[in-house]
Write a protein that binds this ligand. Structure first.
Ligand code: CAA
Length: 386
């Protein structure tokens, strides 16, 4: 085992850190306050290979490994979580799924523009009545004689929905077959039959646009079916395994920002005649923050390494990804909570970014599978029981 990163991994981390600190961090407060979509910054990330980190160069990406993806996501999330949400959906949920399950023509048609950050991708699984219970979806796909499909229904909580050009969509063909009745499709939002519904006002990651989307007799050509008929649920779950590594990395970035701000603050802020960092109650919190952060990072790197290793043979890394996401998101929530507490009134004030970190951290325990779902996945995989 070698804990050192390669030169290439350090290089992409450095590129991400530079863009994050020079372009993203200075605009983070503005984007949080206004909810404005950070298109210009996303383009810059794309131009530097960060919107398709694991995408081979022939499809417009950086051709790097899953560890590089973790390192870059952490840097961007540290500067602003909303940017890292958009980045993770483009990278893991959109490009990754098409690379893994798509045809050569689909890779050529859909991946390049998203990997280069010229367009935005999205992933549509959730519906108003089905979140964790994804097989309860009602969005309906009806197969035509020529192998094309007609889609009708609604999807909700679609990250980047308001701005996405292309979407990976999951719809139900045969509800009686449950998970095996779901098929995946590639959707072009400029085509007739696609519509957008209400946008979601959110607690955090406010610059990552989220909305409902609707399909009214939307026509999908046979060549835009992703994977085999009835394989949609497995595609969604496989893609989410990769996505969960991205969200774990995002959680680590948010938690790192809160931790580093706290380390500075405890040296400056004095109470009872001494820096608050000299008090044992503060020291205990710092030690616990550090342990949780390191554990989250190591487990996330393990998940990324396992992804790279097992995918070559078509294997799964569901447990490692769930362990990483669960650990990192709960660490981020705990660390940002303690960081606000240590900062006291300043932690609660919008004059400092601590309250933003706290609000942004919460979503990592919810999307791409709640903490409860991660526990369910881990326990089922470990015990073999259902
Ligand atoms: N990879 C490949 N196949 C998988 C898989 C995986 N990770 N997990 C399950 N499968 C397969 C199973 O092997 C099974 O296949 P067979 O029919 O051949 O046996 C099939 O899929 C059905 O599996 P389950 O019976 O385990 O399915 P379930 O209905 O019990 O659901 C679940 C399992 C873990 C609860 C799953 O529904 C789940 O993960 N739910 C959470 C959904 C989620 O994460 N939503 C997030 C929304 S997207 C989002 O947030 C994106 C965003 O915008 C940021």
């Amino acid at each position: 085992m070698d804990f050192r990163f390669t030169e290439e991994q350090l290089m992409i981390q450095d590129v991400a850190r530079r863009i994050a600190q020079e372009k993203i961090a200075p605009t983070a407060e503005h984007h949080d306050a206004t909810g404005e979509f950070p298109l210009e910054n996303i383009r810059t990330l794309g131009e530097n290979g960060l919107m398709g980190i694991e995408v081979p160069a022939e499809y417009g990406g950086a051709g790097m490994d899953p560890i590089s993806y973790v390192l870059a996501m952490v840097e961007v999330a540290k500067a602003d979580a909303a940017h890292s949400t958009i980045m993770s959906v483009n990278n893991s949920l959109f490009c990754n799924g098409i690379l893994k399950f798509g045809t050569e023509a689909q890779k050529q048609k859909y991946v390049r523009a998203i990997a280069e950050g010229r367009e935005i991708g999205a992933f549509a699984l959730t519906e108003p009545q089905s979140g964790s219970d994804a097989t309860a979806m009602r969005c309906k796909a009806v197969r035509q004689d020529d192998g094309s499909y007609v889609i009708n229904g609604k999807k909700s909580w679609i990250t980047s929905g308001p701005v996405a050009k292309y979407i990976v969509l999951f719809a139900m063909e045969d509800a009686a077959k449950g998970a095996r009745g779901i098929t995946a499709f590639l959707v072009d939002t400029t085509q007739p039959g696609f519509g957008r519904g209400k946008t979601e006002p959110k607690l955090g990651i406010r610059a990552s646009a989220t909305c409902e989307i609707e399909f009214h007799d939307y026509h999908v050509a046979a060549e835009d079916v992703l994977g085999a008929q009835g394989e949609g649920f497995k595609i969604a779950m496989g893609v989410l395994d990769a996505g969960r590594i991205g969200i774990a990395s995002q959680a680590i970035g948010i938690a790192t920002a809160a931790y580093e701000a706290t380390l500075d603050y405890i040296k400056d802020r004095k109470a009872f005649g001494a820096p608050i960092g000299t008090f044992q109650m503060t020291q205990a919190k710092i030690a616990d923050m550090k342990c949780k952060l390191d554990a989250a990072l190591l487990l996330t790197l393990r998940a990324a390494w396992t992804k790279g290793d097992t995918e070559k043979n078509g294997g799964r890394f569901s447990t490692e990804a769930a362990v990483a996401k669960l650990t990192a998101s709960e660490a981020a929530m705990w660390i940002t909570h303690q960081a606000v507490q240590i900062h006291g009134g300043m932690g609660y004030s919008k004059e400092m970014p601590l309250e933003r970190y706290f609000r942004d951290a919460k979503i990592t325990e919810i999307y791409e599978g709640t903490s409860e779902i991660q526990r369910l996945v881990i326990a089922r995989n470990e015990s073999g029981l259902r």
